[in-house]
Design a protein around this ligand. Structure first.
Ligand SMILES: OC[C@@H]1[C@@H](O)[C@H](O)[C@@H](O)c2[nH]c(CCc3ccccc3)c[n+]21
Length: 445
């Protein structure tokens, strides 16, 4: 049995738009994902977050389910449009009350709440004013963050400013496959910069708030980039991929500068960056959240796409998302972060897998592949701890099957199956297995 350190925070992660449903209830306003999913052609099957897992109404039962699973912690996100329907100014007390009750129920169940301030559901009213591409967003986000610190900061001690700024900037503003569906590199690079500025200003607001004695961090999706061959061109291509996918956020946050290779590569599209900006962005944080799913194998592809690279397919098993199952990449990433950007406390704020789960004749889900995936990734994380990495918690994505963005409900990541027509929750084999891991605080070798 490979035991984890005493007090290791085992949990699950979710996000507001993906599980709550009731997007316009009790004074909430439309988010950019409400608009995006209701725009035909954007989401597979025309799925939307209108109902999702109906968590907005079933939250009490879901907290009871978390307690049954033995979770030590639970990472959720707050829907900005519920608490500030116009994005700024007027507070919607019914929206705040939902999270107030949720936090109280979690504490009552002995579960540590981790609150993500932004997991992609920007108020549509702010998109109408330019959204993340408008530098005024820094003030809007700081006002929202300050309100949440004020209202929940006496009970929530762990705060994540942003979930995956790379996805917000690239998928939302360059590739256009996520809300708000823009395809504009110039805008996307400014969105990345504004996200980091907003993060930095929220950190300062946190330090000044009643919540200030807690911990604040940011969550980044990070993936090791491996060169397809040892050729100079493939190695240079991999360096560009690593700079864009990983260092674009890691370097300013922890080194106070953007990767030079990107500034060169993007030329006049690169935004104006001042030293004052960089000082805001690099304000010290208390932990780094890491969302790890897989790695990429990269080859040089002159003139192709944004970076002149292409991703090479590898042999080996893949999840239902087509992502290579590569647990050693988690070990490699954690050790790199510790050595190059640390040493600071780390949390795996997301790791998990989608597989084609089906209810069997007895109405259960025997998701052996997910058990194997998690087991191997837990062991990789445990190895990193042996090498001195200050890993303090692990949140499995996700507690429930839920709305998988542009893929709608076609992908199931949950350790609990959701039968959407009935909204019944059915704990999968992986959920029962995870409960034992948490109880033992360890996994078999
Ligand atoms: O795709 C599974 C999860 C999402 O459901 C979470 O909301 C999001 O935080 C998240 N990030 C990643 C890795 C980056 C990524 C996001 C979306 C699509 C493809 C890759 C995987 N996931």
């Amino acid at each position: 049995m490979r035991r984890f350190p005493e007090g290791f925070l085992w949990g699950c992660a979710t996000a507001s738009y993906q599980i709550e449903g009731s997007p316009l209830a009790d004074g909430a306003s439309p988010s950019i994902w409400h608009r995006f999913s209701h725009t035909p052609g954007n989401v597979q099957g025309g799925d939307t977050g209108d109902v999702a897992c109906d968590h907005y109404r079933r939250w009490r039962d879901d907290v009871a389910l978390m307690r049954e699973l033995g979770l030590k912690a639970y990472r959720f996100s707050i829907a900005w449009p519920r608490v500030l329907p116009d994005g700024t100014g007027r507070v919607n007390e019914a929206g705040v009350a939902f999270y107030d009750r949720l936090v109280d129920a979690l504490l009552e169940a002995g579960i540590v709440p981790f609150a993500t301030l932004y997991h992609w559901d920007l108020p549509g009213a702010l998109q109408d004013r330019g959204g993340w591409a408008n530098r005024d967003v820094v003030g809007w986000f700081t006002e929202y963050a300050g309100l949440m610190f004020e209202r929940l900061g006496d009970r929530v001690q762990h705060w994540i400013t942003l979930n995956e700024p790379w996805c917000v900037a690239h998928l939302g503003h360059v590739a256009g496959v996520h809300a708000p569906g823009m395809r504009d590199l110039w805008a996307g690079l400014r969105v990345a910069h504004h996200l980091l500025l907003a993060h930095g200003e929220a950190v300062a607001a946190f330090r000044a708030s009643r919540a200030g004695r807690g911990r604040i961090g940011i969550t980044l999706n990070l993936a090791p980039q491996h060169a397809a061959t040892s050729s100079q061109t493939d190695r240079a291509a991999t360096d560009r991929a690593d700079a864009y996918h990983n260092r674009l956020f890691l370097d300013p946050l922890f080194k106070g500068r953007y990767p030079a290779v990107l500034v060169q590569h993007f030329g006049e599209a690169w935004p104006e960056v001042t030293d004052e900006d960089l000082a805001i962005i690099r304000r010290p944080i208390d932990f780094l959240g890491i969302n790890y799913y897989s790695r990429s194998v990269v080859a040089d592809a002159p003139g192709e796409g944004l970076l002149g690279i292409r991703h090479v397919d590898t042999a080996g098993a893949r999840t239902a998302m087509g992502w290579e199952i590569y647990p050693q990449g988690l070990y490699e990433l954690l050790v790199r972060l510790h050595r190059e950007y640390g040493p600071l406390p780390l949390y795996i704020t997301e790791n998990g897998a989608a597989f084609d789960d089906r209810l069997d004749a007895s109405g259960q889900v025997d998701d052996a592949e997910r058990v194997d995936y998690l087991h191997r990734h837990f062991l990789a994380a445990r190895r990193a701890i042996d090498d001195g990495v200050r890993l303090e918690g692990y949140f499995v994505w996700s507690m429930l099957d839920n709305f998988e963005w542009a893929l709608g409900y076609s992908k199931r990541f949950g350790i609990v199956y959701v039968d959407y027509p009935s909204q019944r929750r059915i704990v999968k084999r992986s959920g029962r297995w995870y409960r034992q891991v948490i109880e033992a605080n360890g996994v078999p070798e």
